[in-house]
Structures are given as C-alpha cells and as structure tokens.
Write a protein that binds this ligand. Structure first.
Ligand SMILES: [Zn+2]
Length: 1027
C-alpha cells in the first residue's frame, strides 16, 4: 500500500534467498566455500580476481574480477542455490527522446551473427527450461538477465545472450518492426493511408497512457534537466520517428562494448566455466575502448523551482473533481556512497511509511488527496538520489495548503525526531527481509546492485547489510540528532527542490491525436511518389519476412528428454488444532514461520459479497483489542513479516461447475515472535475495531485510487476476467472480487459522503468469515520448530473459540471433499465446494471505453477442468499457439506489446496487451485456431511448447509456499504427477483434435471483452454491450 517507489527498502523486500541454509547441509564443498578459495591477483581465462568476500548475512561468497584486455567488470555471487542467474548490463546514457536505448534493447534480440534467425530471444523461451528471461531499459543502463536450474541450459542461454548483446545483426527490417516505420494501414493495399507502426512506438504510447508513469517521467526529467535524466530513455512516442537506423547502429557501437559492461553471475554453478565461455565467445574479440558514458553531477540549483504538467482525465477516479497531483522532490547525494544511501532510504521509510509516520499523519489522514503521489520516498535509481513527497487525487485549490504542510512537517521532524520503537520496527523488517526465502534471489540481487554499480560504486559493499545496520546504530548512539540533522541538510536547507503539479486536461487525448497527425503529415508530405512506392514495397517485404516459415535450427535447445520425468514430492502432515484441521509442512525456512488459513464464504449472504475485498483490505488496519490502528501497525512491523487477508475463488480440479470460495489469512514471523503474531490474530478475531469512519475513509480512498491506477497497467487481466464472467460459476465471482465490477463498486464507495452504512456491514461479514468452524490452517516451519508452532496454534484456536458459530450455508448444494483423497471421509481437512450442476454458460461481448490510445482484448472459451484427459493437450496447445502463431501476428505484425493464449480454471483464454487493434485481434485469435487445425506445425514445435510448459510447471517454489497447491485446491503430488505424464504424452493428433472440438467456432460457449478507446465498429454492432 505504501508505494515507496524504487527505494532500497522496496528492493530489499525481494532480497531473500532460496535453497538451504548452508549450516544444515552435509556437503562439505558448497559453492560458497569453493568460491572462498579464489585469491586476489589470480588470473582465470583473461580475468583477474580483485576481491573475494564472504557475505554470511546472505549466505554467499562474492568474487569481484576485471577483464584484463577490455576492463569489463565482473561480479560472481556463489551461493548454494540451483536457480543460477546471469546478467550483463551496459551503461546507456541517451541524450535525446528518441528512445534509442529502448529500441536497441528490442532490436539486439532480433538476431545475431551466430544466431541469425529471426527473434532468437523469443525462440529460446521455447527451447529452454529458463526460470526467467528478459531485458530492461532503465534511465541509464540496459540489462539482460536470465536464470535457469539446468547447467546445460545455462550455457545455451549464455551463448545466445552474449551473441545478441555483442554481435547483433541490427537489420533494417528489425528496426522497422521493433522501432518505428511508416506503412500503409493495410500493408497489402497501397491506397490505404500511411500510418506510424512499430512495437516500441506502440509500447510507449501505452506506457504514457498511464498517468502515474507520465508524472514520474516528467518529475525525473525536470529535477535533473541537464544531462541524460532530462530525456525519456524509453522514448517519447512522437520523438521516436526522429530516430534513424544509422543512429541506432552508432549507439550500439559506442555503448554495447565490454569496456562499458558489467557482468553478474549467481548460483551454484562453477565460476571458471562462465568466465571461459564469456571470454571465448565474446570478450576475446574486443580491445579496450574508452566509452564516454559517465553521468556528470547535476549542477545544483541555488533556488527551488516550480513546474506544471497536464494529463488525461481519469474516468475511474474516485472523485472526478479531485484529480490533481502535487509533489516536492529533493536532489540528494551520490548513490555510490553506500552508507549514506542506506541511511536516507531508512529515513525515507520513517518519514512516509505506515500510519505512524509523520507524513501519513499530516498528508494522508486529513484526506486532502486519495493517496501519496505515485512517486514518493527515496529513489536511488539515478546517480544522485532523490526524495519526493506529495499527494495525488487532490483538488487544485488545495495546492498551497499541501505545500505548506510539507514544509511544516519537515520542520516538525527536525524538532521532534522519530520514536525509537519505529526505528526498531524498521530494523526488524530488514532482518526479516534477509531471512525470508524467495525463488528469485539472483534476480533480486542483480537489480539491487545495478544502479550503484552502474556508476562505479562498490556492489560488494552494498551486500554487507548487517555492517550498514551496525554503522547506523552506532551513528544514532554517537549523535541522537543524527537523523534530524540529515533532514535539516537534505530537506530544509536544500535549494535543489522541484515542486511539480499535474492536472487533467479534457483535451489531452485529442491534443495527442492531433500532434501525432501533424507529425505524420509532415513526414508524409515530404515523400515523393517513389518514396511512397518504396514504403509500400518495404511493408510487403516486412510482411513476407514475418510470414515466412522460420528456421530456428541454428539455436541451441534442450530436449524433452532433458525434463525430469517425475516431480519431487512435498511431504505434509495433517492434524488438528482446537478442532480445526491443519496442514503441517516442514521446510528449511531459515527461522521463519509461515501461517495461512482458508476461511469459507459459504454462509455469507449474497448481498455482502461485493464488500468482501474491501473487508479484506481494511480488517488488519483498523485497530484490534487494546490497540488503535497506529499501535496495531506498529506491532505488526515489530513482530511480523506482514499480516494480510485476500479473497480466493478456486474452481474444482475435476468439475468446473463446482468451486470453493473463501478468504485466505496469511502472515509470517521470526520463530521468536510466534506468540505475538498469534496474539495479533486473536485480537483481530475477537475484537476488531469497526468504529472509526475517518480511518475507513482513508483506507477506502487509497484502495479506490490504487484500483483506478492499475487499469492501464493490468488491462488484460480485467479484460480476461470480464470475458470469463458468464462461462463458469466462478467467473461471476472473480468479476465481483477482482474485475471491473469491483473497480466501479469501490469508486462508488469512495464517492459516498457517509460511510456509516459500510462501517456497519463489516462486523456482519466478520461474523461469517472469521469463524473457526469454517476454517482450515497451514503452517510451514523448520522441523525443529514445528511442534512449538503446533502448540501456539492450539492456543490461538482456544483463544478464538468464542467465534465458533454454527451457521447455515446460503446455498444448499455443498459437497465436501477431503484434502487428502486417500483419507477416510470426515477424518481430515476438507474443502466445502459449492456445486452448480445446472449452470448454463452464456455468450457475452463487453466493451469498456477507456481514455487510452490502445486496447486490451480477450476472448475466453469454456473447456475442461485440470484432471480431464484433454486438459494437457489444451495446455500445450495454448503455448504452441502463442509461440508459433499469436506472437507473430499480434506483436510482430499487429504492433501490440504482447499477446497469446493460456489455460486455467477450465477456460482457454486469448489475450492481447497494449494493442493498437481491437476487433481485428479477435479474428486473429480465430485464425490461430484454423492454423492449428490445418496441422501446419512440426514435432519440433510441439517439443518446444512442452519445454515451455514444463519450465513453468517446474519453476522453483519457495519453502514458504511448498504444499500450498494442495492446501488451497486439493491438488496433490499424485494429481500433479498424473498431469505431468499426460503432458509428456501429448501428440500432434491430440492437438489438432482438441483445437477442433473445443476451439472451433460454435463448439463451445465463449465470452469476449475489450478495454480501449471509443470504437465505432463496436458501437454500430448491437451484439456488444458497451459499458
Ligand atoms: Zn520495450
């Protein structure tokens, strides 16, 4: 909820590890220990070791090296984690708005010397078991990371990545496809008008339809106006057509050089092998260059500045009259000063995070705006960091007031400082973040060090988090006014301060369309007839290249036989606590305990359903027992890793017209704090506070704003949820809980002048949901701690026993299924499913007009549940259609940012993301089905789809999440193994067969939804429901 964008703390949240604690390992030569044997000065494959450092906090050994000939920098983090990661980052510092680094990032992935086939990057997605593959363009660097658990796969991917980055083809056709081009609207019709096309061109139009993004971009450009941060590295849509192919190639030559590169590897694979391959395949072919890419210091202003920008009005805004944003941004120190950065990011959390922070009290609680501005807090992603504070969703006339409050609050902080307990809570949070294990530790590490290292800071220093914590404690001890003096220096006395306001302009979109038209006209007017003929021919050429059957045989690939035939079993034990069923799962959780509970909604009256998400988002934030909401927040920060409740709708794995509905309680803590965590839950069960309307209003405004802001980013999710709405019994409920219906409902609540009626609804919901008779629990902890955890859970259950109340389910058709299919009925935990055997799916086409220039399109088809024999074929089919047909049609030819198909919940779902097309994309989906049915695919295509599906099926699961599929959906290891065998068995015949039987027109009921700009075709077509 507290979006401290891009702060170190935010990044730390993901800094957690996967794999065992080395102390409980028997192998004597772990990766971390082996790496400790390297010596400074040692030469390995063209590199020299500079430094070897054990980082016990994070269970890793860091080895820093430099490449002798080119000066390329290298950091290896050896750790006993199978999920190995590679990344290479280049310092890319553009000086104009054409988006050259971003277009280059796309284009290098379109083919290289050794791998000249089109789009090797996307093809590798299907030839590997990668757990992550991507590329990012930041303001001042471009990064190419991948991760995989398979050693052979690592070498394959490394080879493709190195060749792409250092030896790309950069063909003109690739530039047209990925960057921008002029083309006939219909490429096969030379009389159709010329328009701008290109993947990045459309991607950036989509990105700038997000007002939060617009604001963040302006803020950075205006706070650092004098060098690379003054331009849009991703590309200003209308500046993109100023970029030439020659400029793109020049940018590659000057920036993508080893002397400007930083390599990072992570995991348990040996370092020598990586160095050897990187040396042989890339670095040995270069000499040293002197890249001129350093970012100079931003000249310091001697007086603060003010500026104003506009954005498009937001139809979903909780209050249409309050759509202004205002924030003050301060230039801070250089991020390569690690301790200063650490201090400032902690200071930022103290200033803005949670209801106990001064800015929350002075800005959020008076309800002047809906939430903090989208950019808020410490931002260390630029060479010199910044801090921003302000509001969104405010009225224009409050501008002066907000400015005054900010200045006053800073004065108050300087006078009063912070409570010691809040500082302790923050340091506790850091401890938890270091202990909690996630599955993408390598990637978190790579992004954690990227910015500092990019400007020649020391990445190893950044990893020594305990050292920084100790230094911080010492600084506070030496000088109790340590933090206040920082606030005085960086905020009160700082003249490099920007106050930026943003207000909606009714004509914003219109002006954009007009500007694009003018730009287009200027380009077109300059063309001769022969230029136009050229463009038409180039368009046809691109189309024919895109349509050609592609030979990807030059690329390395794993085989289906490289996939593990069986899954690793996750043992769980069933028990009870105070009569409530419990699943216990012993895991190497590194001293953390994870508690989950599923509470059924079966007795909840229908008219309260819409309120459930709101209930979930406020129930842990209103105060409980003897604690007001501030004290409650403080206790949660001091004693837990977070406590939350969310909705859960799970269709049955074997019958689509049966489902379980509930909410999931979820929390974690250090072992020593287990009694405190359960105490907090007891208070929430026994005496939650539902009396503070003002508090509720603050929370409602923030959720409504967050939902409204999310649409332009997650539009495809909303389109998919809506398209599925009338196809299964769960579809309707998913839409109620998380679809456009919920967004509109929250907007309505946020507009209510009086919330007492809502306030009265909450205890009614609570009585139905927090009822131990409707509950089952799950605990993941270390074997040593499990019996203690079970005892604590027993206590908790007896403390909340008074909430037990026999209530009648709303629906009569409830079917009980044991979680363990082999258990005798009634002997263990079970799921209470609602059955709707007479459910009739129906066809619906819904359109939501939106103030964006791009569409999100989805079509859903009702198919079969998880255990059905055809499910595996549909699963492979969705992957194959995405890779072999839909990607090419929707992204490459159509110019959308993405598109594809997926299965789940008994549905086959097509979608597109940030798509310039709308109804045309629907026919593309259908053509995809025809393509499969015509059988124009190969065994290789099927094998690739299988690899791709298995890399998802086998993606690593964190110890905290082991056994959760079984707990929530009853999907046991046996069911998973049976599904696995069906996936292996899928053949070309079964693919053509299921495509015909399920996806053929008229075969099954389907639903369609589009979110996008005003659409004449849809308006004229009465089969559409326009919202
Ligand atoms: Zn992009």
């Amino acid at each position: 909820m507290f979006r401290q964008s891009k702060t170190v703390i935010q990044k730390l949240r993901y800094l957690s590890f996967q794999g065992q604690n080395p102390s409980c390992r028997f192998r004597s030569t772990s990766a971390t220990e082996r790496a400790l044997q390297y010596q400074a000065g040692q030469k390995i494959h063209g590199f020299t070791v500079k430094e070897v450092v054990a980082v016990p906090d994070l269970f890793l050994t860091a080895v820093k090296l430099t490449h002798d000939n080119t000066g390329a920098q290298y950091l290896h983090a050896a750790r006993d984690d199978k999920n190995n990661l590679f990344s290479v980052q280049l310092r890319t510092t553009p000086m104009d708005n054409t988006g050259v680094p971003h277009i280059l990032e796309h284009t290098v992935l379109c083919g290289s010397e050794k791998y000249p086939c089109r789009d090797p990057f996307f093809k590798m997605l299907n030839r590997s078991l990668s757990t992550f593959m991507n590329a990012f363009t930041a303001s001042d660097f471009t990064m190419y990371p991948f991760s995989t658990q398979n050693g052979k796969d690592f070498q394959n991917l490394l080879s493709v990545y190195l060749d792409a980055v250092f030896f790309p083809c950069l063909r003109e056709l690739d530039f047209w496809q990925e960057g921008w081009r002029l083309e006939n609207e219909n490429p096969t019709d030379p009389t159709s008008p010329l328009v701008f096309k290109g993947v990045v061109f459309n991607e950036m139009k989509g990105a700038f339809s997000d007002n939060e993004r617009v604001y963040a971009q302006h803020l950075q450009n205006k706070l650092y106006p004098d060098h690379t941060y003054g331009v849009v590295s991703g590309g200003e849509p209308l500046a993109i057509p100023d970029l030439s192919w020659e400029q793109l190639k020049h940018f590659h030559a000057t920036h993508y050089h080893p002397s400007n590169a930083r390599f990072f590897t992570y995991g348990d694979l040996p370092l020598e092998q990586h160095l050897k391959q990187i040396q042989e395949e890339a670095l040995s072919k270069f000499e040293r260059s002197e890249p001129d890419t350093a970012v100079p210091k931003q000249p310091h202003w001697d007086r603060p500045r003010e500026d104003h920008v506009t954005c498009s009005p937001d139809a979903m805004a909780p209050d249409a009259a309050k759509q202004n944003t205002l924030c003050m941004s301060y230039l801070l120190g250089d991020i390569t000063d690690t301790f200063e950065g650490f201090t400032l990011s902690l200071l930022s959390s103290l200033m803005i995070s949670g209801p106990n922070s001064p800015f929350y009290k002075t800005l959020i609680e008076p309800k002047i705006g809906t939430d903090f501005s989208s950019v808020v807090g410490y931002d260390g992603s630029t060479k010199e960091a910044s801090f921003s504070i302000g509001l969104q969703g405010m009225a224009e006339e409050d501008t002066e007031k907000v400015k005054q409050i900010i200045v006053q609050t800073i004065d108050e902080i300087i006078a009063n400082g912070f409570e010691e307990e809040r500082i302790e809570a923050l340091l506790h949070k850091i401890e938890i973040q270091m202990k909690h294990q996630s599955t993408s530790f390598g990637l978190s590490l790579a992004s954690y060090i990227a910015s500092c290292w990019n400007h020649d800071g020391d990445p190893v220093q950044l990893l020594k988090i305990s050292e920084s914590v100790a230094q911080f404690r010492q600084a506070l001890k030496d000088n109790p006014r340590f933090l206040q003096e920082k606030v005085l220096h960086y905020f009160k006395d700082n003249t490099h301060r920007l106050t930026l306001s943003m207000s909606p302009d009714e004509a914003y979109l219109e002006k954009q369309v007009k500007a694009e038209k003018e730009k287009l006209q200027k380009k077109v007017q300059a063309l001769s007839d022969s230029d136009k003929k050229d463009i038409y021919e180039k368009g046809l050429e691109l189309l024919s290249v895109q349509s050609k059957i592609q030979d990807a045989s030059c690329l390395p690939a794993l085989k289906v036989s490289d996939i593990e035939p069986t899954i690793a079993v996750t043992p769980v034990e069933m028990g009870t606590a105070g009569g409530v069923p419990v699943q216990y799962c012993e895991q190497p959780t590194n001293g953390m305990v994870y508690f989950r509970a599923m509470c059924s909604l079966n007795t909840l009256p229908e008219d309260l359903k819409l309120y459930v998400p709101l209930f979930c988002s406020v129930i842990t934030k209103m105060g409980c027992g003897g604690l007001d909401y501030r004290q409650q927040a403080q206790q949660m920060e001091l004693k837990t890793g977070g406590m939350s409740i969310s909705t859960s709708v799970n269709p049955d794995y074997s019958n689509m017209d049966m489902y379980e509905q509930g909410v999931i309680l979820s929390s974690s803590c250090l072992e020593r704090n287990l009694p405190d965590m359960f105490h907090l839950w007891s208070d929430i069960f026994n005496s939650p506070h539902f009396d503070d309307e003002e508090r509720l209003r603050v929370l409602v405004m923030m959720s409504a704003q967050e939902l409204a802001n999310g649409i332009s980013y997650s539009g495809h999710m909303y389109a998919m949820t809506r398209a599925a709405r009338s196809l299964t019994p769960t579809g309707e409920l998913q839409e109620t809980f998380g679809g456009m219906e919920q967004v509109k409902f929250m907007k309505r609540i946020a507009e209510m002048p009086d919330l007492t009626q809502v306030l009265r609804t909450l205890p009614r919901i609570k009585r139905h949901i927090l009822n131990p008779l409707n509950m089952r629990c799950a605990v993941n902890a270390t074997p040593q701690k499990m019996s203690d955890a079970a005892g604590q859970l027993d206590n908790f259950m007896s403390n909340v026993a008074s909430n037990k109340k026999e209530r009648k389910p709303v629906r009569s058709d409830i079917i009980e299924r044991p979680l363990d299919p082999l258990a005798a009925p009634g002997s263990g935990p079970s799921r209470k499913l609602i059955a709707e055997p007479n459910f009739k799916p129906c066809q619906m086409k819904t359109f939501f007009p939106m103030p964006f220039p791009i569409n999100f399109v989805s079509e859903c088809i009702r198919t079969v549940p998880f255990t059905h024999e055809d499910y595996a074929s549909l699963n492979i089919l969705s992957r194959m259609m995405t890779a072999k047909y839909l990607h090419g049609e929707i992204r490459e030819k159509g110019g959308a940012y993405g598109g594809g198909a997926k299965v789940g919940g008994g549905l086959f779902t097509f979608y597109s993301y940030r798509d310039p097309n709308s109804v045309q994309t629907l026919s593309t989906f259908r053509k995809g089905v025809d393509w499969v049915r015509s059988g124009q695919f190969t065994q290789q295509d099927i094998d690739e789809a299988k690899l791709s599906v298995f890399s998802a099926v086998d993606s690593p699961v964190a110890p905290s999440n082991k056994g959760m599929g079984r707990f929530l959906s009853g999907i046991t290891d046996e069911l998973k193994q049976a599904h696995r065998e069906r996936l292996f068995a899928v053949t070309d015949k079964s693919l053509v067969d299921v495509a015909g039987r399920y996806l053929g027109i008229g075969q099954r009921t389907c639903g369609v939804a589009i979110l996008g700009p005003e659409n004449d075709t849809i308006k004229k077509d009465p089969s559409w429901v326009v919202k």
